[in-house]
Design a protein around this ligand. Structure first.
Ligand SMILES: [Zn+2]
Length: 270
């Protein structure tokens, strides 16, 4: 699943090719994504320039004329820049054409979306309830600590809740909890101020490192320049159930929390 770093990498990868360029065509081969592609989308964006691009959580926002094109990559979506004449593959559902090049959207599982937002994007129903961006000053220890007061869900499920903070997916929740020495199964309300400070630091670290490396291991991700997005990360716990802990060498424990694989060290994480 594309996580925040992959989405950020996608944005950085495609923008130099499409920014300030006029959309000369749009080809929609499959409009049935998570939600149907906005019917008003083609008329609103055709012959308009991409003015800028941004990311909010795992949403991409392209500012075009009077509104925004909002794209989510879903479970398996990817965007890449291709030569417009390159024949589409089976899962290449949408092309945005910019003269001789196309921004091509592929999504085998079709959980992504392409929507038109005419008004302010921050007021759109998909975006307005989102928590702060983890790499900005709006995400800090005291905020996290306050937000966790009285919460009964586990710390891992708490941090993966987009209303708390956006973009801390399963890999990053596992890794940051290990680095901060915090057990994922504890109730969120037990978080101390000291732990909140360390956890915020580790969340920022793992996300930033991944962005710097250009994304994490993701089968379906294709970089904006066409290179596959396989980036080896030094994952300490994720995907390492029963393997030795890098600190104490005892086997890591793997359980499921909220349906997601959760790996931690019962000795090193308290
Ligand atoms: Zn350990």
């Amino acid at each position: 699943m594309p996580e925040l770093p992959e989405v950020e990498t996608t944005l950085r990868g495609v923008m130099p090719h499409i920014n300030n360029k006029k959309i000369s065509g749009i080809v929609i081969r499959q409009s049935q994504l998570r939600w149907p592609v906005s019917p008003e989308l083609p008329a609103n964006i055709l012959n308009q320039k991409i003015r800028s691009g941004a990311r909010r959580g795992k949403y991409l926002l392209f500012n075009i004329a009077q509104g925004h094109l909002l794209i989510h990559l879903g479970m398996s979506g990817s965007l890449r820049v291709v030569n417009a004449t390159e024949p589409p593959l089976f899962h290449d559902h949408i092309d945005l054409q910019f003269g001789t090049i196309s921004l091509r959207y592929s999504d085998p599982r079709r959980f992504g979306c392409w929507l038109w937002i005419g008004g302010k994007p921050e007021e759109h129903k998909l975006l307005k309830a989102l928590g702060p961006e983890p790499l900005t000053e709006n995400f800090y220890a005291d905020y996290l600590w306050q937000k966790s007061r009285g919460r009964h869900k586990t710390l891992k499920e708490f941090i993966m809740d987009n209303h708390v903070v956006v973009g801390v997916g399963n890999i990053y929740a596992n890794e940051s909890l290990f680095m901060a020495g915090i057990k994922p199964i504890r109730k969120a309300g037990t978080l101390t101020k000291k732990e909140a400070a360390l956890w915020v630091e580790k969340i920022r670290f793992v996300l930033q490192r991944s962005i710097d490396q250009g994304g994490t291991t993701l089968r379906d991700f294709v970089g904006g320049d066409g290179k596959p997005g396989y980036f080896q990360q030094q994952l300490l716990v994720y995907g390492r159930g029963d393997q030795p802990c890098v600190n104490c060498a005892k086997p890591l424990k793997e359980i499921r929390l909220g349906g997601r694989s959760t790996v931690y060290c019962v000795h090193c994480q308290t």
